[in-house]
Unconditional design. Structure first.
Length: 375
């Protein structure tokens, strides 16, 4: 069979398949040929592609919404599951995130102290749970351990990139997000909220069960619902929906690229727009208002809105930081653990830099404002 005949046979088979998927395809093909216009390949890339791509895109959006709703329910149960489960799952996610991070680093030809970094990051979460007063010492001591390994165990001189990526791994994926655990411990004597009357029977039941636990287990560890847990729930809700608001606002109104505000940020993520940023801040600010009202913050109509906007901005910084790392390594995603959503780090990048800020707000700012307001 000649090349020309083989090409014709392949084209006929493709036309049959496309005709099944799009009833108007053959009609469009014959009309174009009669008019002496484009080849059948052009029809394939115009009429049929449009007819087929839309259902696929709609189906993908439906899967994304279903995935988001499912993950939201799982995360809500996780936040209120108790400090052991909360810390354990966080530690597991940290290990997976570290593996993704160092896979990216190794692809760039950099060989860091990976095992020390993973152990160090896990120790920060465990210390935050059992010895929060010693939590700040983990990073400097694990950095010292890494330097000792570089100097004593290596057969060749270590370069700056290897040291920097090791310390960054422990800081970025260990020390900073471990503040969520410290925040989870705050307020074992749960603060009053406007939803308390609705959940009081459940809380009394949990309190009865908790009182039966051994005395050597601190109450701040086994109580499922704390002031910190409620704060985390509303904070994560703000961060998650700021991404949703930014996506839809950017898609509907986005015209001004983020590069107009920051050339570096625009180069890191070319698709982001100023309108999307504003939409994310508005949605997060509104949810922050609701959360502040429920938690009875002083001047909730101001503090809640400011808190929500700051969360959206810090979440954007986390998103851009992850994009910057991936762009430098030539990667689209950190991993493929979650189909169509990338790896662990692709899902949690917006939640990293918000951890120490949230701990600062819940542990210092809000209590001080309550003292000033007399609440």
């Amino acid at each position: 069979v000649s090349d020309e005949n083989e090409k014709t046979i392949i084209e006929v088979e493709r036309n049959k398949e496309l005709a099944v998927q799009s009833p108007t395809y053959l009609e469009s093909l014959s009309r174009v040929k009669q008019e002496g216009g484009e080849s059948s390949e052009s029809v394939i890339t115009t009429n049929n592609t449009k007819n087929i791509a839309k259902p696929k895109k709609k189906k993908k959006s439906q899967r994304s919404i279903l995935f988001g709703a499912t993950m939201g329910a799982v995360v809500a149960c996780w936040v209120f599951s108790g400090n052991y489960i909360f810390t354990g799952l966080f530690t597991l996610m940290t290990i997976l995130g570290q593996l993704e991070y160092y896979r990216m680093v190794m692809n760039a030809g950099i060989y860091s102290a990976r095992r020390i970094s993973v152990v160090g990051a896990c120790s920060m979460f465990i210390t935050a749970l059992f010895a929060p007063d010693l939590h700040q010492l983990c990073l400097p001591f694990m950095t010292l351990a890494a330097m000792m390994w570089f100097l004593m165990m290596r057969q060749q001189v270590t370069n700056i990139s290897e040291i920097a990526t090791t310390v960054t791994g422990m800081l970025y994926l260990g020390y900073i997000p471990s503040f969520w655990v410290r925040l989870r411990l705050l307020g074992a004597a749960r603060g009053e909220t406007r939803l308390a009357p609705l959940v009081e029977p459940l809380l009394n039941f949990l309190g009865t069960k908790a009182s039966n636990l051994p005395a050597f287990i601190p109450k701040s560890i086994h109580l499922p619902i704390t002031t910190g847990a409620i704060f985390i729930f509303w904070t994560w809700l703000c961060i998650a929906f700021s991404d949703v608001g930014a996506y839809f606002a950017g898609r509907r109104f986005g015209k001004t690229k983020l590069a107009t505000l920051s050339p570096a940020a625009g180069a890191t993520s070319p698709n982001k727009t100023v309108e999307g940023l504003i939409g994310g801040c508005v949605v997060s600010g509104l949810l922050g208002l609701l959360g502040a009202w429920i938690q009875k913050w002083p001047w909730w109509y101001v503090t809640g809105a400011v808190h929500g906007v700051l969360l959206a901005l810090l979440g954007l910084i986390g998103d851009l930081t992850a994009s910057m790392l991936k762009r430098d390594a030539g990667l689209k995603d950190f991993g493929d653990l979650i189909p169509e959503h990338g790896g662990i780090m692709d899902r949690v990048d917006s939640f990293i830099f918000t951890a120490p800020y949230s701990y600062f707000i819940c542990s210092l700012v809000i209590p001080q404002l309550k003292r000033w307001s007399g609440l």
